[in-house]
Design a binder for this molecule. Structure first.
Ligand SMILES: *Cc1c(COP(=O)(O)O)cnc(C)c1O
Length: 411
């Protein structure tokens, strides 16, 4: 991480109050005010501190395994007619991009003298990443997880417990990520001084969306130098990523947002989960169907009914099963800088099978949404496309096996 890639510059970064255009801010309970104000005041200085940068980049290299490879997808490219590169976050320690953020925030928490870490998790990937860095750094760790997610992500729950974390089952509401998030907030309010809440995506009150974006910006920075070595240019024509809250997407987009001072040379495509379809009532397509309001501490777009109540999202992939989206994405959408598309459960599963058989890489179900959008791209013949391969598919094997007996996987 270097200040050269300062996300605050340009029209797409955060302002002093924590806004991206009209979205963002910090809508928080009174009791959390001191804790979050301290974070707001200090996070930039702490991130720019030499000692922090050295420790973070050494651990990213020696513990996480960065830089992750940029793989040219030979057989997929042949089939698609454009050059497809995969940014291999699946090869980062713990199997997804989430570790970049968890590690960075845990290092910050130590510097802020917080001894206890809490987090919420959906797919379990953020919980595993958080439990991992807490073990590494000797911090106590409590993970909130919806009861339903605990059932569908059993291997990750086992991992968290093995790593020494306490996993708390949340049985309120839809028993998924949004309820776990509410519970984690309650814990934080009850422990306002000794605890840091490691939010797992570019969501929540300021400074989290900006903080997480900065900690994940290493993804796009690596893509730039890897493309420079592997192609004739250091930027692609298009970058594609799936979005739950939006951290892997912002992590890979950030580097290319401001290129040529506002000239939109690199196209950006974010892919959200349509679930069973946009009209099915069982969807997590926030951009397509959401409206603006305050969710989990920031003003952003989320799925809501006519009374402004959060609507239960649905996606086969636990990591995209979130009713909102980060405020920076809401801004990238409303300013037109980034395109958004949605992909159904079935399209995602088919794309996962396609990548597995074409390249020998089994992607996470979340990632498969981005791949499905790549498959249907038009007008990119001869161009260079980079997709964020946000995670590996081991945790989704049960789902894949179930579907492979129901659909013809070769189509
Ligand atoms: C959590 C997760 C996502 C979604 O989170 P973002 O913050 O939108 O990146 C995507 N892919 C994988 C593999 C995940 O674990």
């Amino acid at each position: 991480m270097t200040s050269k890639h300062d996300l605050v510059e340009g029209n797409y970064g955060v302002d002093d109050e924590g806004y991206f255009g009209q979205f963002g801010g910090a809508f928080i309970p009174e009791l959390l005010q001191p804790n979050i104000s301290q974070l707001q005041r200090e996070y930039r200085t702490l991130l720019e501190d030499d000692d922090f940068q050295r420790e973070f980049s050494e651990l990213l290299r020696d513990y996480v395994g960065r830089p992750t490879p940029l793989t040219f997808a030979t057989r997929c490219s042949e089939e698609l007619g454009f050059r497809l590169f995969l940014k291999r976050e699946d090869l980062a320690h713990t199997g997804a991009h989430k570790i970049n953020n968890a590690l960075g925030q845990a290092l910050l928490a130590k510097r802020l003298k917080r001894t206890r870490i809490i987090a919420e998790t959906g797919a379990g990937q953020h919980g595993v990443a958080t439990a991992t860095v807490c073990a590494l750094l000797g911090l106590s760790c409590v993970i909130y997880m919806g009861e339903k997610d605990i059932e569908r992500q059993a291997p990750n729950v086992g991992r968290m417990r093995l790593l020494g974390a306490e996993v708390v089952s949340v049985s309120s509401g839809s028993r998924t990520l949004k309820d776990a998030t509410n519970e984690a907030m309650r814990d934080w309010i009850a422990h306002p001084t000794d605890t840091h809440y490691i939010i797992g995506s570019v969501v929540g009150p300021h400074p989290f969306p900006d903080l997480v974006a900065r900690l994940q910006s290493v993804i796009g920075q690596e893509v730039r130098s890897q493309l420079a070595l592997q192609t004739s240019r250091d930027y692609p024509d298009l970058v594609v990523a799936c979005v739950g809250g939006g951290s892997n997407a912002i992590g890979i987009f950030g580097e290319f947002l401001h290129q040529d001072k506002g000239e939109q040379k690199v196209q950006l495509l974010a892919v959200e989960a349509a679930g069973e379809g946009l009209d099915s009532g069982k969807t997590a397509a926030t951009i397509a169907l959401g409206r603006a309001g305050v969710l989990h501490g920031s003003y952003t777009l989320f799925l809501q009914n006519s009374d402004g109540q959060v609507v239960e999202p649905h996606s086969l992939s636990a990591g995209l099963d979130y009713p909102g989206i980060g405020p920076q994405h809401a801004h990238l959408f409303s300013s037109g800088r980034c395109q958004f598309e949605s992909v159904t459960d079935e399209e995602a599963v088919r794309a996962a099978f396609w990548l597995s058989r074409s390249e020998g890489i089994i992607p996470a179900l979340e990632t498969a949404h981005a791949l499905a959008a790549v498959k249907r791209l038009k007008g990119f013949v001869g161009k260079t496309v980079v997709v964020s391969l946000s995670g590996r598919g081991d945790k989704d094997m049960e789902t894949y096996l179930k579907w492979s007996s129901e659909i013809d996987v070769r189509r």
